[in-house]
Ligand binder design. Structure first.
Ligand SMILES: Nc1nc2c(ncn2[C@@H]2O[C@H](COP(=O)(O)OP(=O)(O)OP(=O)(O)O)[C@@H](O)[C@H]2O)c(=O)[nH]1
Ligand SMILES: [Mg+2]
Length: 259
């Protein structure tokens, strides 16, 4: 954080000075996308830094976003009598590093919501079903994250893991819906494949048990951890997480930062 002080100060000045508020009012009044204002703002940031900005309306709904955002800082902008906007921004030094992540798991397990959290620091909240393979790329803490999302039923996932995974990936995030009781045999089959991949390609595998905000019996956690133990992966990386409440985001962030 220390090395980014100059840029952070610069950004604070831009966001908090009257000029920015005035411009923002103008943009809002004339219904011009605030994004264009932000893009102009971005030009003032030295090129070795990445600025991320999210603008939320008074209901907390995201209306504009740009760049990588972890919400290190925030400021409230009021406009008119009722309009209140929250601007969250972050600054990080660009690193010449790309991390290739395979985010894989059964349909509706919560994969896209995790990506949305990492990219926009907000809950996706829509039921957008990804068909096949989708990729996204964005900055996260200065690094470029390239995420390949693969979802579907057991057959599709097995096919992808067996045929398409190679050492192009830096890590596999296997996403499991923590609130859903999958069949024992399903875990066994999928974990066996993952174990094989771990050995063959020396790939790191991390399990994300998501939706941990949902009331579940601790039995599910025990079942899953036991299954993971039984398989004896070389590193037992297990993160319980909620995209809805962002519970344990720090763990996820730390994990990605260390890659
Ligand atoms: N309660 C709760 N619901 C969540 C959470 N994450 C995702 N959901 C919900 O679970 C459903 C599926 O979420 P997605 O993120 O679209 O899951 P996905 O794995 O990308 O789904 P597909 O692309 O269709 O395979 C949606 O209705 C989400 O709103 C969470 O942390 N908590
Ligand atoms: Mg999805």
């Amino acid at each position: 954080m220390k090395e980014d002080t100059i840029s952070t100060q610069l950004l604070r000045q831009i966001v908090q000075n009257g000029e920015f508020h005035k411009k923002l009012s103008f943009y809002l009044q004339n219904q011009i996308s605030i994004k264009s204002l932000l893009l102009r703002l971005l030009e003032k940031i030295p090129s070795e830094f990445i600025l991320g900005i999210n603008i939320f309306d008074s209901f907390g709904k995201i209306i504009e976003s740009s760049g990588s955002i972890i919400g290190q800082y925030s400021t409230i902008i009021t406009f008119g009598q009722k309009n209140q906007f929250k601007v969250e921004y972050s600054i990080s030094r660009k690193e010449n590093k790309q991390i290739n992540i395979l985010l894989i798991g059964f349909s509706k397990s919560g994969k896209s919501s995790i990506i949305h959290r990492l990219n926009y620091n907000s809950f996706l909240g829509t039921k957008l079903h990804n068909i096949g393979i989708s990729t996204s790329q964005f900055y996260f803490l200065g690094k470029t994250l390239k995420i390949t999302e693969v979802g579907g039923n057991m057959d599709l996932i097995t096919y992808y893991l067996n045929k398409e995974v190679n050492n192009n990936f830096d890590i596999i995030f296997f996403v499991l819906d923590y609130s859903f009781i999958y069949k024992e045999s399903l875990y066994e089959r999928i974990f066996a494949i993952l174990k094989k991949i771990e050995e063959e390609y020396k790939l790191k595998i991390t399990f994300i048990l998501t939706k941990n905000d949902v009331k579940i019996t601790s039995k599910n956690f025990e079942r899953i951890t036991k299954k993971i133990e039984d398989i004896s992966f070389s590193q037992k990386n297990l993160i319980t997480y909620s995209s809805l409440t962002n519970n344990n985001f720090q763990l996820l962030k730390k994990h990605i930062k260390a890659l």
